[in-house]
Write a protein that binds this ligand. Structure first.
Ligand code: ZN
Length: 131
């Protein structure tokens, strides 16, 4: 099944895609850093007692800060790949080029739409199948 919009890009065109993805990642990074500054890490309590820290740990599970931190790690990971030249815009599942509109919409994605859906499905199956 060959999607005609997924024909390999010329190297020059891919450089343009890459610099656009990079610009979007940097923008995203700035946003995340700004928001993390406004919602400081609940674990970072100066002079907190052990009990305070444990409480803060519970609060931070799934907190905005934690989500932003993970998102920032993803952004840095892809930025690192762009910097060291290993970024190829290809899906880690099927090795096809990820469509550029998908990359621009979510620049940290590492899977094409089909592989992401398959991945999400298999993950959900793991979560819900209790025998
Ligand atoms: Zn794929």
């Amino acid at each position: 099944m060959q999607d005609p919009t997924m024909i390999s890009l010329e190297p020059m065109a891919f450089d343009q895609v890459k610099s656009q993805v990079k610009a979007k990642l940097l923008e995203r990074k700035k946003e995340l850093e700004e928001r993390m500054k406004m919602n400081p890490d609940p674990n970072a309590i100066p002079d907190g007692t052990e009990e305070d820290l444990r409480f803060a740990e519970r609060l931070s599970v799934g907190s905005q800060y934690e989500r932003d931190k993970r998102a920032l790690e993803d952004v840095d990971y892809i930025l690192g790949k762009i910097e060291d030249g290993t970024y190829d815009g290809k899906c880690i599942g099927c090795r096809d080029l990820i469509k550029t509109d998908r990359l621009f919409a979510s620049p940290t994605t590492e899977r094409c739409k089909d592989c992401q859906e398959a991945f999400d499905k298999s993950r959900n199956r793991l979560c819900y199948s209790r025998r």
